[in-house]
Design a protein around this ligand. Structure first.
Ligand code: BES
Ligand code: ZN
Ligand code: ZN
Length: 482
């Protein structure tokens, strides 16, 4: 899909469909007024009889509107003008694209207000892309071309396109099942991304992971026929002596639970357990393409958590790369074991700050629901930066406390720490307390995206499956440090 800036008008543009974004409280401004007069008052009548109100994300499709060359006109509500923000812009454009994408349409022109263009362009690229990658008969048909009308800021349009491609990459990687995305194949995807974007890349295979003493990550992967990988991508945008910001992702390409086997109902979605890695890969792609003048390093730990005669067992004591020993009391708490070693590599590479993303705990879903990520930190001011970035781009995040008492719960009688807390309560936080053991003094934020990275079913603005949540937040954090 490509995005082109356009100066055409409603009455001249020749495309399969047009989208007009309309505010609730000022329905007859700008493009709306033009559309109303071209169509002989169609919009006035639609508003009068309350068929269209312009409330956020309302969609109404019109066909063969008089005076409009495009066969199909998609109206979409933007809500109240003074409440308009990046989240609404992205979702409204995406909702319109999703409705139009139900049928094959080659080129679609968006007539949108000039505010929040980057987010809106990104949304226009998301809605027509679905999770039906393996269906002969598609539910959604991606547009070939998006024409963007309504802004002079061409750079916002091109950065919006970069974001759209990055979120769609993250979504695709999550949506592909574990038979196609496994550590080796995901590492290959990461390498080709690096080649395309001019990133430096290092791939650690099993032999290298053994040499590097990544005992915690390797233990998780042992039950699988698929070999593990650790991928390091480097964007050198800043001065040579600037320590990098590290983005770390959990890449469990399938989580069966291991010997602490998951029931089918919980296991069936576990292709999504590499969501953290997919988010980090999407973000570093955008960071590279935007040429941000900051050094950033992305590290993803890729394993499959499976069952075999060689699986790691309950009661095993692992030695992590940092030298800490870990008693395994549940093989389904594997994400933290993978991240333990990856975080240690990030520290060793001299990261000034670390952000990790992981579909880490069901407990985070219990605490905050499906839409909201849990955020935990060892550094309040860095966490404030991240929360501000998330709020700006419309990724919902909420901070959870890291009181010392939670840390007591992961002490072990036989090893330095154990991989689960005492019982289920506060499970998102005890998991974060475990990760904190591996970041030393580095300012660090952990984002548990078990809920928001994956949708069981479609929303009005996006298909089910991978969402691309928090890709934009990561890029925003880096941008603000530029
Ligand atoms: N991958 C899961 C967490 C998860 C749950 C992700 C739901 C997405 C949706 C993780 O590895 C896991 O199984 N965590 C356990 C931890 C427990 C054994 C301490 C959990 O949350 O139940
Ligand atoms: Zn698990
Ligand atoms: Zn997992």
């Amino acid at each position: 899909m490509q995005v082109i800036c356009s100066k055409e008008s409603l009455s001249s543009i020749s495309v399969s469909a047009i989208v007009i974004g309309l505010f609730e409280d000022t329905p007859f401004d700008g493009f709306a007024a033009e559309f109303d007069s071209l169509t002989g008052g169609m919009l006035t009548r639609l508003v009068e009889c309350e068929e269209f109100k312009g409330t956020a994300l309302q969609t109404v499709t019109l066909y063969a509107a008089p005076g409009i060359p495009a066969m199909c006109t998609q109206l979409v509500g933007l809500g109240k003008r003074d409440e308009f923000n990046e989240k609404t812009a992205l979702r409204a454009a995406s909702a319109a694209a999703k409705t139009l994408g139900e049928k094959e349409r080659k080129d679609v022109a968006f007539f949108f207000p000039s505010e929040c263009t980057e987010a809106a362009v990104c949304g226009a690229m998301l809605g027509s892309v679905g999770q039906d990658l393996y269906r002969a008969e598609r539910n959604l048909h991606p547009f070939e071309t998006v024409h963007w009308v309504g802004t002079d800021a061409n750079s916002d349009v091109s950065s919006g396109e970069i974001f759209g491609n990055s979120l769609n990459l993250t979504r695709e990687l999550i949506n592909r099942p574990a038979c196609d995305i496994y550590p080796e194949s995901l590492a290959n995807r990461a390498s080709s991304l690096a080649d395309q974007c001019g990133l430096e890349v290092e791939v650690w295979d099993r032999a290298r992971l053994e040499n590097e003493k990544c005992g915690s990550l390797l233990a998780v992967s042992r039950g699988s026929a698929r070999e593990p990988r650790l991928v390091i991508l480097e964007h050198k945008g800043g001065p040579d002596d600037q320590p990098p910001i590290a983005l770390v992702g959990k890449g469990v390409t399938f989580d069966s639970g291991g010997l602490s086997l998951k029931p089918s109902e919980s296991m069936k979605e576990m292709k999504c357990d590499m969501g953290g890695a997919a988010t980090v890969l999407g973000a570093i792609q955008a960071i590279a393409q935007l040429n941000l003048p900051v050094n950033v390093i992305a590290l993803v730990g890729l394993v499959e958590n499976m069952v075999s005669g060689d699986s790691y067992k309950l009661g095993d004591v692992l030695t992590a790369r940092s030298g800490k020993t870990i008693e395994v009391l549940n093989t389904d708490a594997e994400g933290r074991l993978v991240l333990a070693d990856v975080l240690n590599v990030a520290v060793e590479r001299g990261a000034s700050h670390i952000i990790d993303l992981a579909t880490l705990t069901g407990a985070c879903l219990v605490a905050l629901g499906k839409q909201v990520a849990g955020v935990m930190t060892n550094d309040e001011s860095f966490c404030d930066e991240l929360l501000a970035a998330a709020s700006r781009v419309g990724d919902d995040a909420w901070q959870l406390p890291m009181f010392d008492d939670y840390g007591e719960q992961i002490k072990s009688k036989v090893a330095d720490i154990k991989n689960v807390g005492e019982g289920r309560w506060g499970g998102a936080i005890t998991a974060a307390k475990f990760l904190e053991e591996f970041v030393d003094e580095t300012p660090w934020v952990h984002i548990d995206i078990a809920g928001p990275s994956f949708l069981d079913s479609a929303k009005p603005w996006i298909d089910g499956g991978g969402t691309g949540a928090f890709v934009r937040t990561l890029v925003e954090v880096v941008r603000r440090r530029a």
